[in-house]
Ligand binder design. Structure first.
Ligand SMILES: Cc1cc2nc3c(=O)[nH]c(=O)nc-3n(C[C@H](O)[C@H](O)[C@H](O)COP(=O)(O)OP(=O)(O)OC[C@H]3O[C@@H](n4cnc5c(N)ncnc54)[C@H](O)[C@@H]3O)c2cc1C
Ligand code: SF4
Length: 456
């Protein structure tokens, strides 16, 4: 049995930030247990950029953000242990928690004064939303599709329909399109897209992908493999309206229909959950079991990893405060959903530089921009008007690992119309060795020369 002050379950951005923050204010013995083979959580497969705008004031890809968070926790002195699947928590009273984990060498047990669960969430599946029709192959959740394409180098189909317009669905629409699939439609049951306006703009409108609101998949068609889906308009209650259906041929359907917090272990230990499976806590992020905290997406699904990390830090510090009988910090529930969601406003550009997502308009008469809260937005809008540019994130093959891929990005934005050409060129190359993050693997000669660098 390993004794420690704080045991954190889950090494995603929440757990890693909790570890870092707890070590910043104390020299407590802190362990982080992660079931995956690397730390970083779901962000390791989110190879696109846009992370870290608040926390690090720069735009990072998911793997870059994850690596930075892991480095901070480890350099701070926390023990981050991977390949450990926590399956049990016994809360025996204040400062007495026993956590059990499966490892390759058998079961490990930890006695911890305090415990933080930051176990993230899983995706809702077809079973959760009950789509009528047959049961062919070719139906994936967005996260599974993301993992197959970004990590395992497996393409999931040629003609794709996406159900759900949350950020994961929108980002997958762009990724699939760049990988050569035809994204035939995104269907959204609500009246507005659910993702951020910047993602609607840069992942959907940039690629001319049709996005139908107040629409759902009302039937799945196909025997062995998916052959088509039926889309229908929905009424106010979300029910398909008879007579509005049309058939869209496709060989893959991606479901991006919400996340379910992962809380089975804490629930079995006696932690109260809300109806949506999230762990209930007080404003100090402590559950009904004293000394057992919850943070990140297992507590409540949040839009931005940056806020997840911020919340993780508070949980980490509060665990230390509880042990040291100090006052705990409050988490402000209000601050997490400030970004502009839905369709961008007409004739405006969405500034992607910070979470405000300002809608910036050009006025021909006054020859001025409006709607931007700072000069960086004006700079972006001016460039959009003149010649839009985009940072490109994709993967390159590693030829000494079967199915191996390395995430990469351009080290500066390139012209929007060059994006597809660059991605196609990168499909033709492969790199022979495992490289360091930030290493140049290719130089693209477009309007300007741009280096392509690895990001993990
Ligand atoms: C498919 C998908 C794509 C996403 N894309 C984005 C995006 O592009 N941008 C964005 O801002 N947000 C995205 N999100 C939201 C994302 O979940 C959060 O931004 C952030 O990663 C949440 O951090 P977390 O630490 O709470 O959870 P996670 O990152 O999910 O980390 C939880 C960790 O806990 C581990 N774990 C779970 N159970 C156990 C156990 N029993 N024992 C040991 N370890 C365990 C998991 O393996 C995982 O590593 C995405 C979410 C999903 C599901
Ligand atoms: S204009 Fe300024 S405040 Fe508004 S989104 Fe852009 S960077 Fe943020």
């Amino acid at each position: 049995m390993i004794e420690c002050d704080l045991l954190i379950v889950g090494a995603g951005p929440a757990g890693l930030a909790a570890a870092k923050a707890s070590r910043e204010i104390s020299n407590k013995e802190v362990y982080v247990l992660e079931r995956d083979v690397i730390a970083g959580g779901i962000l390791n497969q989110c190879i696109h950029d846009g992370f870290g705008l608040i926390r690090y004031r720069e735009t990072l890809t998911g793997p870059e953000y994850a690596a930075r968070a892991a480095d901070e926790a480890i350099n701070g002195g926390a023990h981050v242990l991977t390949s450990r699947h926590v399956f049990d928590l016994k809360h025996n009273g204040k400062f007495d928690n026993v956590v059990s984990a499966y490892t390759a060498n058998g079961i490990e047990q930890y006695r911890a004064k305090t415990v933080i669960f930051s176990t993230g969430c899983r995706e809702r599946t077809r079973g959760n939303i009950s789509i009528p029709g047959s049961r062919p192959a070719g139906i994936f959740t967005a996260g599974v599709a993301q993992n197959l394409i970004n990590i395992r180098n497996i393409m999931i189909g040629k003609k794709v329909v996406i159900l759900g317009s949350g950020d994961i669905g929108l980002i997958m629409a762009r990724r699939l399109s760049l990988e050569g699939a035809e994204v035939k439609a995104i269907a959204e049951i609500m009246k507005e897209p659910m993702g951020l306006a910047r993602n609607v703009s840069q992942c959907v409108l940039d690629f001319g992908i049709p996005l139908y609101v107040s629409t759902t998949v009302s039937r799945i068609i196909g025997k062995k493999r998916l052959e088509a889906v039926e889309l229908s308009k929905v009424d106010e209650t979300g029910q398909p309206i008879p007579g509005t259906d049309r058939i869209i041929e496709c060989d893959a359907l991606i479901l991006s229909v919400g996340l379910i917090p992962e809380n089975e272990v804490v629930h079995n230990a006696g932690v109260n959950l809300a109806n949506n499976n999230s762990a209930k806590t007080d404003c100090f992020l402590q559950t009904n079991l004293e000394g057992v905290f919850s943070c990140g997406n297992s507590r409540r699904v949040m839009d931005l990893a940056d806020y997840v990390s911020e919340q993780g830090e508070i949980a980490g510090r509060n665990a230390v405060h509880l042990i040291d009988s100090e006052a705990m910090e409050k988490w402000n529930e209000e601050k997490t959903n400030c970004m502009k969601k839905g369709f961008p406003e007409k004739d405006s550009v969405t500034c992607p530089i910070c979470p405000n997502g300002c809608q910036i308009k050009w006025n021909d008469k006054t020859q001025e921009f409006s709607g931007n809260k700072c000069s960086r937005g004006e700079e972006f809008a001016r460039q959009e008007k003149k010649a839009p540019t985009r940072t490109v994130t994709t993967t390159v093959r590693v030829n000494n690992i079967a199915g191996g891929l390395r995430p990469v990005k351009t080290n500066k934005p390139i012209r929007k119309e060059e994006v597809r050409d660059l991605v196609n060129k990168l499909k033709e190359i492969s790199i022979s060795d495992i490289t360091e993050s930030g290493e140049i693997v290719f130089t693209y000669s477009g309007v300007e020369k741009v280096d392509i660098v690895t990001t993990s």
